[in-house]
Design a protein around this ligand. Sequence first.
Ligand SMILES: Nc1ncnc2c1ncn2[C@@H]1O[C@H](COP(=O)(O)OP(=O)(O)OP(=O)(O)O)[C@@H](O)[C@H]1O
Ligand SMILES: [Mg+2]
Length: 318
Amino acid sequence: MIEDIQALILGDINIDLVFKMDRDLKPGDSIALRRMMISYGGVGGNLSSALARLGVPVSLLGAVGEDRFGDLALRELRRSGVNVKYVRRIAKEFTGISIVLIDPRGERTLICARGANAAYRLRGDELELLRNVRHLHISGYMMLNDDGGASCIKLLSFAKKWNISTSMDLEGIALKDPRKTFKIKGLVDYPLMNEFEARSLLDAEKLGEDEVKSLKDLLESRALLIKLGEKGCMVVEDDEIQVIPTYRVRVLDSTGAGDAFNAGFIYGLLRGLRIGDAAKIGNALGAYKCMGLGARHHPSMRQLLKLFPELAELILEM
Ligand SMILES: Nc1ncnc2c1ncn2[C@@H]1O[C@H](COP(=O)(O)OP(=O)(O)OP(=O)(O)O)[C@@H](O)[C@H]1O
Ligand SMILES: [Mg+2]
């Protein structure tokens, strides 16, 4: 039977260990807390579970270790409805871990060891998966892998050949190795990034109309999506640049807002919406995520429409 995989996601799968600090940390410090929280993270895991929650058949590519954290991460993804059949378990590597320290003012410090994520390498037979896929999304962290980003480039090249739409979040790679980012030139229809990442790629202080247009040309993409936090997002197309405001919500925790945005945007593309309208769904998912704790506070379509009823005319008309 041919599987219905509307979206294929390649990205990190992590376990987050979250410590809420009762005071600021000093060098050489020792802090004993009563409790901590284990939560599920990694951009690949977050994005695919957001899509699954919206009812999209989604498969995840990536890797975890053969450890207990790997068991936990996969169990949670399965529970969310993500197909993890193709997630590799790598012996001798540990599952990606993020230590999240939240200081008394709510500010987060993140320490991440990517472990198995960084060792992921595409296998030839995995390319076959693309035959049933409508959209491929890759996290830019995967460009930092031990294979030098070769797996990403190969997947993208095949997707291009087979006319599958593609997106990549330039997180990680844009700040760490801007030059390497341009290896994706001509291969990614919709590069997604935030303001810092866009400025890092251009080595520019400001992000005006000329700058964003030149970045779009340099990447040879169909459109650029620049996430602007509480201001919403900027959509850069050939003939127009628009800033699309997001929704005003009570923000509890913005962790994973970028991943939620990406999921909403991809959902819109899969429904055949115009790029600007798909970005509106991205904003809605990002804003919804900010209203709850943890990286995976994602809505079902019913919950999303209840909170933002004006989206119904975009989504239900299709
Ligand atoms: N305070 C907020 N209020 C409403 N919506 C928000 C807020 N912060 C973020 N969003 C929504 O989430 C989207 C993504 O957030 P952001 O711009 O912070 O992306 P990012 O920097 O890639 O995030 P991340 O740190 O998760 O990678 C925004 O474009 C916006 O739609
Ligand atoms: Mg981001």
